[in-house]
Design a protein around this ligand. Structure first.
Ligand code: MUC
Ligand code: MG
Length: 373
């Protein structure tokens, strides 16, 4: 086989409205902006990738316009004319020449994996040894900003068999209001419905200690990232003190973070996200650290559209310790899609496409409609 080369990388930003405002501790989302990557090679195969963050520049260090610029200006010249089948070499090359920028790296690795799996005629999960299950459980995040609206939303989703676990985004109001909000939802939905809360780093350790006690008493099942992401010691103290498990999200960025958190017993669960960790391969590495340390896993989302969501689903489906399921509901928060066949969600789960690559195709009319001009 003559050597294959990357010929061109195209990037564009797609802005899709959300079905309702989504309230987080640092931002209210009314649209989601995703950087879509098309990676073309000399054998005619195209790989799709997505690099997406939350709330412009408020959630992470990277932001849509910057991700696009970084890929166009710095990543593309490094990658063009290289062999797209040598994925580990290319990611090593990027790590050597590009500091940080993990969201952009994840989008590029996704495009390389999609292309390579298409080339081999297998789904992306096969490149990681194969899925353990053809479906993944998916929870829903209640974040309308209003308790009664959240309860009605959850009840409809339960009746429609869409989701039976709910995550509540808290931390933007005072803890007393948050605790009342969470307790009201927990008692309205009943004992059997799991409730998790995501504080998105909003609390000091002192506030967290008081608030988590009340959330534990109210029957909350999991507490996500209560403290600032760098406060590993504080997370370790909370994890040792409380029965309710503490999950690291923003703190569990890199493979190195996973090692340090495990060493400090700073979290009982890791929320993994392909964007934070710089791609699917790094997810497998973080998962191995967690497995060795007896830490459970949760399949996180950066509220990606269909491309990023499926890239996440392919790798999460290979993890044996995915005890807390996933929150891969991103496409359901959006009013429309840019792919020909959207993901099937049913029976509280998502179906992983079994076609070659990620198993999706862009719908170019839809791309034209939502592409930022
Ligand atoms: C986060 O921090 O977990 C995931 C779901 C959601 O609503 O926000 C996110 C980000
Ligand atoms: Mg989180």
């Amino acid at each position: 086989m003559s050597e294959i080369k990357i010929t061109r990388i195209e990037t564009f930003i797609v802005d899709l409205p959300t079905i309702r405002p989504h309230h987080l501790s640092m931002a209210v989302m009314r649209t989601q902006s995703m950087v879509i990557i098309r990676l073309f090679s000399s054998d005619g195969i195209e790989g799709l990738g997505e690099a997406t963050t939350i709330g412009g520049i408020s959630y992470a260090d990277e932001f849509p316009e910057g991700i696009k610029l970084a890929i166009d200006t710095y990543f593309t010249p490094l990658l063009v004319n290289q062999d797209p089948t040598k994925i580990n070499s290319l990611m090593k090359l990027l790590d050597k020449n590009v500091s940080g920028n993990n969201f952009a790296k994840s989008g590029i690795e996704t495009a390389l994996l999609d292309a390579h799996a298409k080339r081999l005629g297998v789904p992306v999960h096969n490149l990681f040894g194969g899925a353990l299950s053809p479906t993944l459980p998916v929870l829903w995040t209640l974040a309308s900003g209003n308790t009664d609206t959240d309860i009605a939303e959850a009840q409809k989703l339960l009746t429609d068999k869409k989701h039976n676990v709910f995550k509540l985004k808290i931390g933007s109001r005072d803890p007393k209001a948050d605790i009342e909000h969470v307790s009201a939802i927990k008692s309205a939905l009943g004992e059997s419905v799991k409730i998790t809360v995501d504080v998105n780093q909003a609390w000091s350790e002192q506030i967290a200690k008081r608030a988590i006690q009340k959330l534990q008493d109210a029957g909350v099942d999991l507490i996500e990232q209560p403290l600032a992401k760098h406060n590993f010691e504080g997370m370790a103290r909370l994890s040792a003190y409380f029965e309710v498990p503490i999950m690291a999200d923003e703190a569990a960025g890199s493979v190195q973070d996973a090692y340090k958190l495990a060493k400090l017993n700073a979290a009982r669960v890791f929320a993994l996200k392909i964007a934070k960790s710089g791609g699917l391969t790094n997810i497998a590495k973080q998962a191995a650290i967690a497995q060795g340390a007896g830490i459970s896993l949760y399949g996180g989302t950066m509220l990606e559209g269909t491309i990023g969501t499926l890239a996440s689903a392919h790798i999460f489906s290979t993890l044996p310790n995915l005890d807390w399921g996933t929150e891969l509901f991103g496409p359901l928060l959006l009013t429309d899609d840019i792919v020909k066949k959207p993901i099937t969600y049913k029976n509280f789960s998502l179906e992983i496409p079994q076609g070659a690559g990620l198993g999706i195709e862009l719908d170019m009319n839809q791309v034209e409609k939502y592409k930022r001009k």
